[in-house]
Write a protein that binds this ligand. Structure first.
Ligand code: PGA
Length: 258
């Protein structure tokens, strides 16, 4: 039986203010009852303030796609935790593979972002995942463990309990090539065990999401995988009808399996 499901929409560098308003008007007209899931919209920074008003009186949460670890100062192009909080952001994606691979973010930088998010009261959604070369070389589980080990350095067990994790194989992001249920299940069990080892305690209730080419056609198959507590969805969350279809399938599946 599945409990609470997290469904995070990562809009990446998409949507102007007008497009956000149109999307949310349409979306909230069609879907306001989601008792089984927690939907988190992660629009670009430019839309956070507008999204704050659009999400008022809805059950949806607001997330950002990154944050910087310093308070303020000469850091052109960065955004602080306080700035995110001033837009009523509650969640923040950290260590997304596009940040790691396109912008050179290291595990050490990811760790600083995680620590800053936690100390500011933001919930980090920590993304980890292997490249295709690492998978071919049978390094997947070791890579995931290492990303977690460094990403969670100096994070207390109590803080880890507040976090959300996302397993996103780099080769499955935005490619249409989804990981198989067996690959996802194996990674999720291993990630949960690593988290339990790092926090020296139980990790059974820590949400671990899957991300990478999730859409309305494959979500029903993904829902059967044990140990997956939600999804981080990029491309398929950009279209409101597609995203609503995914959420409805999740809601129905959870209700039926209760
Ligand atoms: P995708 O992106 O759903 O387009 O593969 C997922 C993500 O990057 O979080």
């Amino acid at each position: 039986m599945k409990n609470k499901f997290y469904i995070a929409a990562n809009w990446k560098m998409n949507k102007t203010l007008k497009e956000c308003s149109e999307y949310m008007d349409y979306f909230t007209n069609l879907l306001l009852e989601i008792p089984e899931s927690k939907v988190i919209f992660c629009p670009p920074f430019s839309a956070l303030f507008t999204m704050k008003s659009l999400l008022e009186e809805t059950p949806y949460a607001l997330g950002a796609q990154n944050l910087f670890w310093e308070e303020s100062g000469a850091y052109t192009g960065e955004i602080s935790a306080e700035m995110l909080l001033s837009c009523s952001v509650t969640h923040v994606i950290v260590g997304h593979s596009e940040r790691r691979h396109l912008f050179g973010e290291t595990d050490r930088m990811v760790n600083k972002r995680v620590l800053k998010a936690l100390s500011s009261g933001l919930i980090p959604i920590l993304c980890i995942g292997e490249t295709i070369e690492q998978r071919k070389n049978n390094e997947t589980l070791a890579v995931l463990e290492n990303q977690l080990k460094i990403g969670l350095e100096s994070v207390s067990g109590e803080e880890i309990n507040k976090m959300i994790f996302a397993y996103e194989p780099v080769w499955a992001i935005g490619t249409g090539e989804r990981a198989t249920p067996d690959q996802i299940a194996e990674a999720h069990v291993s990630v949960r065990n690593s988290i339990a080892g790092i926090k020296m305690g139980n990790a059974d209730n820590i949400p671990i999401l899957y991300g990478g080419s999730v859409n309305s056609k494959n979500v029903s198959e993904l829902l059967k995988i044990k140990d997956v507590n939600g999804y981080l969805i990029g491309g398929a969350s950009l279209n409101a009808d597609e995203f609503i279809s995914i959420i409805q399938q999740i809601e129905n599946y959870i209700k039926e399996s209760k």
